[in-house]
Design a protein around this ligand. Structure first.
Ligand SMILES: Cc1ncc(COP(=O)(O)O)c(C=O)c1O
Length: 373
């Protein structure tokens, strides 16, 4: 009897639950025989990329016969200026997802542990488990908390021991949208022992206007065990190109760069990200669209009597008060893709990305239909 070659993979890989992405538009339209559907399932920018990024992509297409600049020199220079750090603090990735996986590869081993919260970004468990390290999962805030289902920093701190190499804190958090304040996060980081790296994932930070909200990159000089990750997939509208980065102490960046593929960020992504950094107008328009959409969704959910979580991102999580799978399915049939989060252990909740005004209207109508047919 031949052996199942899957058994050749180490246990951490064999037992991985693969990441479940938002349903692609094309798949929905193929399966249901519909057209003109909308996707509010993956926290993308409904405006897409700005004109400057598009122009940079068009210009760069002529160069794609060549390998990209593996050092990402120009983009790193621009990011170093933006963050007031040296280029040696920056690691570029094929999306911040790539950076998160590289951090796990560089710092975890089957002998070490990583800590994250109960309802947080699904890539952390995958990145950790693939290395053979042990994941310790902290209970989230209770439903009645001001930040329901969000990070309980005390519970996270309690799980840190001498084997802990990484702690992941998404701020704002996905899928809940909740956040931790500057004071609380700073106190947490200051109390983490120096042999544990704190990864603060700021994928949605550009959307946040709260004066209490931390930009953890400002603390990099103080905490050599701090890593901050950012992405061009959200407010910059470049999710399809895949580019993100980590900011850290140069020694940490050196370690992450050792496991990085030499050309992990493609030429179009490098050019588009560089141009996007210069497009303040698109950034502002994207943030404003999100702010207006957030108000529209809040009012719409309230009118439908739906419980909604606080959110500082470009998405809102709602509690349908019943299994969300049927609600999701009815919305799909009306051409609206949102995100069920049963895989996060939240079977009654849906995570909904904020779209344009028209998309939001259509989503709210589909939701109403699904809840009150
Ligand atoms: C909290 C968080 N971090 C990181 C990412 C990864 O984004 P990307 O790999 O596109 O940069 C996401 C994407 O949804 C996210 O929600």
């Amino acid at each position: 009897m031949p052996i199942d070659p899957a058994k050749l993979a180490p246990p951490g890989v064999r037992t991985l639950a693969p990441y479940i992405p938002g349903k692609p538009l094309e798949e929905l339209e193929r399966e249901y025989g519909i057209s003109d559907s909308i996707k509010l399932a993956s926290n993308e920018n409904p405006l897409g990329p700005g004109q400057r990024a598009l122009a940079a992509i068009a210009q760069t297409t002529r160069q794609i016969g060549l390998y990209p600049d593996g050092s990402g020199f120009k983009l790193k220079q621009a990011l170093a200026r933006k963050h007031g750090c040296g280029t040696d603090c920056i690691t570029l990735g094929n999306g911040s997802n790539d950076v998160l996986v590289l951090i796990a590869e560089a710092f975890l081993s089957p002998q070490s542990e990583a800590v994250y919260s109960q309802y947080t970004f699904a890539v952390y468990p995958i990145a950790v488990q693939a290395t053979g390290a042990t994941a310790r999962i902290a209970p989230a805030n209770p439903a009645g908390h001001a930040m329901p289902l969000g990070h309980d920093l005390v519970a996270l701190a309690q799980l840190i021991n001498e084997r802990t190499r990484l702690v992941f804190v998404a701020n704002p958090n996905n899928p809940t949208g909740t956040w931790v304040t500057a004071d609380a996060l700073r106190r947490f980081i200051a109390a983490v022992p120096e042999q544990t790296l704190v990864v603060v994932d700021e994928a949605y930070i550009e959307y946040v206007s709260d004066s209490d909200f931390p930009d953890a990159s400002r603390w990099l000089g103080e905490f050599p065990n701090l890593i901050v990750t950012r992405t061009f997939s959200k407010v910059y509208g470049l999710a399809g190109l895949r580019v993100g980065y980590a900011l850290s102490h140069p020694s940490v960046a050196d370690m992450i760069n050792r496991v990085r593929q030499p050309f992990n960020v493609n030429a179009l992504a490098l050019a588009a990200a560089l141009a996007a950094l210069d497009d303040a107008e698109h950034l502002q328009r994207s943030v404003e669209t999100n702010r207006a959409g957030m108000a529209q969704l809040r009012a719409g959910f309230e009118a439908l009597g739906i419980h909604q979580l606080p959110s500082a991102g470009n998405f809102v999580m709602i509690d349908c008060g019943r299994p969300a799978a049927a609600v999701y399915d009815t919305m799909l049939r009306r051409g609206v893709i949102v995100r069920p989060v049963g895989n996060y252990g939240l079977p009654n909740h849906l995570r909904i990305t904020i779209g344009t005004r028209e998309q939001n209207e259509r989503m709210l109508a589909a939701l109403k239909q699904a809840l009150h047919p």
